[in-house]
Design a protein around this ligand. Structure first.
Ligand code: TUI
Length: 316
């Protein structure tokens, strides 16, 4: 047992969400995570609305449990994808890379819970006023598009600034991370990188092998000069990006280099010239295992730590 207010809010057994990852988390992974008692999330990235509708219907065929869909707000299809999610009345929507404020009321009217990802206190407060159900505070340890504050520093600041539940994301891999997040005042965690190693995750096997080989310093942040920093696993593309950036390349040049590279990595398995977005915990990935085993391990470790802690610390 490991219940928090997040479990009641989402209707799930454990306070664990699976990050919505473009080209990585589709219906089969999301359904497996939800079946195991967490909240599985379909990552939509730049996908067109028809694909999103198909995925939502597929996840509903695979599980009766609650699930979520992540909307990447910089997608050219963001508005249309949101239209599909409203029509399909999905249980939970998470958002990334922008401010979903103007959509919150309509989602809530249809019974959809809204949990935006934030990387600052100011946006968390603004979205609380807009009526969101909870916020996901994501630190710069995460993979993909990131903010500028670490999870350790961001989560308690957001917790102090809002009254709604806060979910911690970025740098969380196991039961230690879950307990640490709870200690910071979070009501649960979101993990992305950890679920990339799930058996049910459909990414190319070469990406999973690349993750297993990764060491602690193998992620780098590229694109800082474009205003959209992205954490990826170090490879030939990342080095080329760094070289171009150091030479003061234009945003257009850099965006052209990045175009289509996430798909190349995740679908085609191009771990040299693809964009292998992953968080700083990539080095902790040791093996491929079923989503259910991941969730059971994390929950089991967290519960064991919570039982052991009183004997390890003297506090009065
Ligand atoms: O969204 C993410 N991570 C992502 S999105 C993504 S797809 C992509 N592909 C290529 C280039 C760029 C992105 C890959 N990884 N995480 C959630 C997140 N959201 N982190 C930070 C933010 C964020 C940033 C600014 C949220 C809101 C925000 O607000 C700006 C505003 O408009 O107020």
């Amino acid at each position: 047992m490991l219940r928090t207010v997040l479990c009641d809010l989402l209707g799930v057994r454990y306070p664990i969400m699976q990050g919505g990852m473009a080209w990585v988390s589709e219906a089969r992974l999301a359904a497996a995570v939800s079946e195991a008692g967490g909240l599985g999330i379909i990552g939509t990235g730049n996908a067109p609305p028809d694909w999103v509708r198909e995925q939502v219907r597929l996840v509903r065929e695979l599980t009766d449990r609650p699930f979520g869909v992540n909307v990447m707000l910089r997608s050219p299809f963001a508005e249309e994808v949101i239209g599909v999610l409203l029509e399909e009345r999905v249980p939970v929507v998470t958002t990334g890379a922008g401010n979903p404020g103007k959509y919150v009321e309509e989602f809530r009217r249809r019974g959809t819970k809204v949990l935006p990802v934030v990387s600052s206190v100011a946006l968390a407060q603004r979205l609380e006023r807009a009526g969101v159900d909870a916020v996901i505070a994501e630190g710069l340890e995460s993979g993909g598009h990131i903010g500028e504050i670490t999870t350790m520093a961001l989560v308690p600041q957001v917790v102090d600034a809002v009254r709604i539940p806060v979910v911690a994301a970025g740098g969380i891999f196991d039961g230690r991370g879950l307990v640490a997040a709870l200690a910071l005042g979070a009501a649960g965690v979101q993990m992305g990188t950890r679920f990339m190693s799930a058996e049910e995750c459909q990414i190319h096997p070469r990406v999973k092998e690349f993750l297993i080989r990764a060491r602690d310093r193998d992620t780098v942040v590229t694109g800082r000069s474009t205003g959209h920093p992205v954490r990826v696993l170090r490879n030939k593309l990342a080095r080329e990006f760094e070289l171009l950036e150091s030479r003061g390349a234009s945003v257009e040049e850099l965006e052209a280099l990045g175009a289509g590279r996430l798909r190349a990595a995740m679908v085609e398995g191009d771990v040299e010239y693809g964009s292998v977005m992953a968080g700083q915990v990539a080095a902790m990935v040791r093996k491929i295992q079923p989503a259910r085993e991941i969730i059971q391990e994390v929950v089991g470790e967290a519960a064991a730590i919570l039982r052991r802690l009183p004997g390890l610390v003297e506090a009065r």
